[in-house]
Design a protein around this ligand. Structure first.
Ligand SMILES: CC(C)=CCC/C(C)=C/CC/C(C)=C/CC/C(C)=C/COP(=O)(O)OP(=O)(O)O
Length: 315
């Protein structure tokens, strides 16, 4: 999708959220004319294939999931979009450089623009990004679980201290998963001229960016370890800090959540088993390893090899 088209799509989503989250439309029984306004919006501005999803969203979600989770997700997409500006410039300069047979000056420009325009300069920026694109999804999952699976709990946090903490920890788990995702995709993201590694993590910034973006063929698998292993280290820490709070989700949501987390973390474990190396292909974990991780969760052994003894089934 072209950058301008993506911007239009984001604007449409922002307008949609504003519309469906106004107090009048988010009410349990919205007035008939608000339903008409929403229908008109959906028919006139939403791409055809997405109409059923937007319609269902407007009917079901505003009373269950607070708007801030969706706002965060949009902010995350906006950060991603700022890469496409960098990417376009970078591709143009690389192509122009190759055509003109003058790689150095042009490539320096493209490295410079990647550094300047990347929205992720520090580890903190990366945590913010991960929180927006994945912490927000964890937030949504908690609200859905409370609304649908908690027999007596009611919706939202309702100022309940335990739920507020669970929500914060769930967002942390989302961030952890996103760090794994970023570690796995360093190579493929660089080919798309996207840089999620915080600039502060480079020991020799110029040289590292030159290799990642302009000479990927000079990097062999284990050369990526100096980026993948620290990112996975952060992911593991975030996971260790938040995993226990899965026990505070409604009982029927726990096993599935643990399984989802363990299965995704198998990607990180596989990279660690390979000493931090990335191949030219996007890494895939065998179905058996993922299944093993899921079964160990159901058996009552979490992925850090710590037995929780018998599974706590109280709600
Ligand atoms: C700790 C507590 C209380 C709860 C946990 C709450 C949960 C389930 C958190 C996880 C939320 C979640 C599913 C986040 C998204 C994670 C993520 C990195 C998805 C990307 O998946 P891929 O399909 O690999 O992505 P791409 O292929 O698009 O790169």
């Amino acid at each position: 999708m072209a950058e301008q088209e993506s911007q239009q799509m984001l604007q449409m989503m922002k307008d949609f959220l504003r519309l469906v989250y106004t107090p009048a439309t988010a009410a349990a029984e919205p007035a008939a004319d608000t339903a008409v306004i929403i229908n008109e919006f959906i028919c006139s501005r939403v791409p055809e294939a997405a109409i059923p999803a937007f319609y269902l969203f407007s009917k079901l979600l505003p009373g269950i999931i607070p708007r801030n989770a969706f706002d965060d997700l949009i902010k995350g997409y906006e950060m991603d979009l700022s890469f496409s500006v960098v990417g376009d410039e970078g591709n143009e300069s690389a192509a122009a450089a190759a055509a003109a047979g003058m790689p150095n000056g042009r490539q320096r420009d493209s490295r410079q623009s990647i550094m300047e325009q990347s929205p992720i300069k520090t580890e903190y920026d990366l945590v913010i990004y991960a929180d927006r694109v994945a912490g927000s999804v964890a937030d949504m999952i908690c609200h859905l679980a409370w609304a649908i699976l908690d027999p007596e709990g009611g919706q939202g946090t309702n100022g309940n201290a335990e739920r507020i903490k669970t929500l914060a920890m769930a967002r942390q788990m989302g961030q952890a998963l996103q760090f794994v995702n970023i570690a796995r995709d360093i190579r493929t993201d660089a080919l798309l001229r996207r840089l999620y590694i915080p600039l502060t993590m480079f020991t020799d910034r110029e040289q590292d960016l030159e290799a990642l973006f302009n000479k990927p063929e000079t990097l062999v698998g284990k050369d990526y370890a100096r980026y993948t292993l620290p990112l996975l280290g952060i992911a593991n820490t975030l996971r260790t800090m938040s995993a226990g709070d899965i026990e505070n989700l409604p009982r029927t949501a726990r096993a599935g959540t643990r399984a989802m987390v363990a299965s995704y973390f198998e990607i990180g474990k596989e990279i660690e088993r390979r000493g931090g190396a990335l191949d030219s292909e996007r890494l895939k974990v065998s179905r058996w390893r993922r299944l093993g991780a899921v079964l160990r969760c159901f058996w009552g052994w979490d992925q850090d090899g710590v037995s929780r003894g018998s599974i706590n089934t109280s709600s």
